[in-house]
Ligand binder design. Structure first.
Ligand code: PLP
Length: 397
C-alpha cells in the first residue's frame, strides 16, 4: 500500500475553516457579554453580530434586516417550511408544501407541515425538478387554494444539490411559482460562494445558508428573506432576539466567523473555473481507468467542484474505507443508520438502480485542491477498484 497521505475531497460535507474565521472565532470565544445586554460588553457583542449580518446580507444581495441567524441551515430550512408566515401585520397560510425529491433531508422532512400536506416533486435522470410537472400541479391545486379562502402553496427547491452538484433551473421554477401566486424557499447552502445568489432573479422568497459550507464555523446559519414583510413564523419562540424572528442568545463567535467567511467567499465567486478544469480532468482520469464509469448529473450544469460517480461492482462503502486507510476523505451517496446502509434518496429519485447507487462516491474539491492530489486519488482508485472488481471488466482501451 502506498504511504498514508492527507487529502480532503469532502468540501460539500464541510469546508475547511478559513484562517480569518478561525482567528476571529478564537478571539471571541470566552469574551463576556450577552448581545442583548445594554452595557458596553453587550454592545460589543452586538456589534459583531450586526457586522456579520451586513456581511451575509451582502452575499445574498439583500438589506441586513432581512437576515436572521440560526444554528445552521437545517434550522433555517425547518423555519422556512412553516404552514404560517407573517405577512405585514397579518399572516399567510399554506395548505400544501411541494418539495423537490432530491432535496436535503432537512427539507424533505417537510418542516412544520403535516405529513399529508407534503408532496414530492419528481426530478429527471439528471436530478433537475420537472418544471412542467410543477406548473401542472400548481394549476391543479389552484381550485383547492381558492376554496380554502386564500390558503397558498409553499414550494421548496434547492439551488444546487449537495451530492451531485446539479444546479436547478431556478429562474424558470421561480417564474412558475410566482405566476401561481405560490411562495418559493430555496436551500442555497451549496450554491453560496460558488454561484451567484440571485434571490431576485430566482423570485425566491427565502433562502437558507450554512456557515460551515463556506469556510465558517459549524453551528451557524441564516434564513434570509427577500421581502421584510413576508417571513415564516418563528420556529423558536420566547425571547426577542433576532428581532423576534428566532429566540435564544446568539452564538456570537460562530456568527462573526460566518460573517467573515461570507465576505471572503463573495469575493471568490469567479475563482472556480480552475477547479472546474481540475474536476473535468479528474473525471477523464476516472473514465480512463474504467470506461463504464457513470458520472451522475453529468449532462447538466453542475457545481464546479463536485463529482458524483460510480463504477459497477465497486461498492462505495468498501471503497470509502479503503480510501480512508490511504488518507483520502470523500463521501458515499449512502448513509449508514441503525446498522443498515441505505441508498441515497437523491440517486433513487433520479431513477438510478439500487445496485449502481450503492457504488456512488462523491468527490468534492475545495478551492485549494491540487492536480497532484487528484493524481494520488486516481492511483489509489485504480488499485482498489482493480482489487474489488478484477482488472478485466469495463477496462478502458
Ligand atoms: N442543505 C444542504 C444542501 C446541505 O448540504 C446541508 C448540509 O449538508 C444542509 C442543508 C444542512 O446544513 P447544516 O449542517 O448547517 O444544518
Amino acid at each position: 500500500m502506498a504511504g498514508r497521505t492527507n487529502i480532503y475531497f469532502d468540501h460539500n460535507a464541510g469546508a475547511a475553516m478559513r484562517p480569518q474565521a478561525v482567528e476571529l472565532v478564537r478571539a471571541l470565544t470566552g469574551v463576556t457579554g450577552n448581545p442583548s445586554s445594554v452595557h458596553g460588553a453587550g454592545r460589543a457583542a452586538r456589534a459583531h453580530i450586526e457586522k456579520a449580518r451586513a456581511q451575509v446580507a451582502l452575499l445574498a444581495g439583500v438589506p441586513a434586516s432581512h437576515v436572521t441567524f440560526t444554528s445552521g441551515a437545517s434550522e433555517a430550512n425547518v423555519t422556512a417550511l412553516s404552514p404560517i408566515w407573517r405577512k405585514g401585520r397579518g399572516e399567510a397560510r399554506f395548505f400544501r408544501l411541494l418539495v423537490g425529491a432530491s432535496e436535503h433531508a432537512s427539507v424533505i422532512a417537510g418542516g412544520r407541515f403535516a405529513k399529508d400536506a407534503i408532496e414530492l416533486l419528481p426530478v429527471d435522470g439528471d436530478g433537475l425538478v420537472d418544471a412542467d410537472h410543477l406548473a401542472r400541479r400548481l394549476a391543479e391545486l389552484s381550485d383547492e387554494a381558492a376554496a380554502r379562502e386564500g390558503a397558498r402553496i409553499l414550494v421548496s427547491v434547492m439551488a444546487a444539490n449537495n451530492e451531485t452538484g446539479a444546479v436547478q433551473p431556478l429562474a424558470r421554477i421561480g417564474e412558475i411559482v410566482a405566476a401561481a401566486g405560490a411562495i418559493l424557499h430555496v436551500d442555497a447552502v451549496q450554491a453560496a460562494g460558488r454561484v451567484a445568489l440571485d434571490m431576485a432573479g430566482w423570485q425566491a422568497d427565502s433562502i437558507a445558508l450554512s456557515a460551515h459550507k463556506i469556510g465558517g464555523p459549524q453551528g451557524a446559519g441564516a434564513l434570509v428573506v427577500r421581502n421584510a414583510g413576508l417571513k415564516p413564523a418563528p420556529l423558536l419562540t420566547g425571547g426577542g432576539q433576532e428581532h423576534w424572528n428566532r429566540a435564544g442568545t446568539e452564538n456570537v463567535a460562530a456568527i462573526a466567523g460566518f460573517g467573515i467567511a461570507a465576505e471572503l467567499c463573495a469575493q471568490e465567486i469567479n475563482h472556480w473555473d480552475e477547479i472546474r478544469r481540475l474536476r473535468d480532468g479528474f473525471e477523464s482520469g476516472l473514465r480512463h481507468i474504467w470506461s463504464d464509469t457513470f458520472i451522475f448529473s453529468g449532462g447538466v450544469e453542475r457545481l464546479a467542484n463536485t463529482s458524483c460517480f460510480a463504477v459497477p461492482g465497486v461498492a462505495a462503502e468498501t471503497a470509502l474505507i479503503a480510501l480512508d486507510l490511504e488518507g483520502i476523505a470523500c463521501s458515499s451517496g449512502s448513509a449508514c443508520s441503525s446498522g443498515k446502509v441505505s441508498v441515497s434518496h437523491v440517486l433513487t429519485a433520479m431513477g438510478v438502480e439500487e445496485r449502481l447507487a450503492r457504488c456512488a462516491l462523491r468527490v468534492s474539491f475545495s478551492p485549494d485542491a491540487r492536480a497532484e492530489e487528484v493524481e494520488v486519488f486516481l492511483a489509489a482508485w485504480r488499485r482498489l477498484s482493480e482489487r474489488m472488481r478484477g482488472a478485466g471488466a469495463g477496462r478502458a482501451a
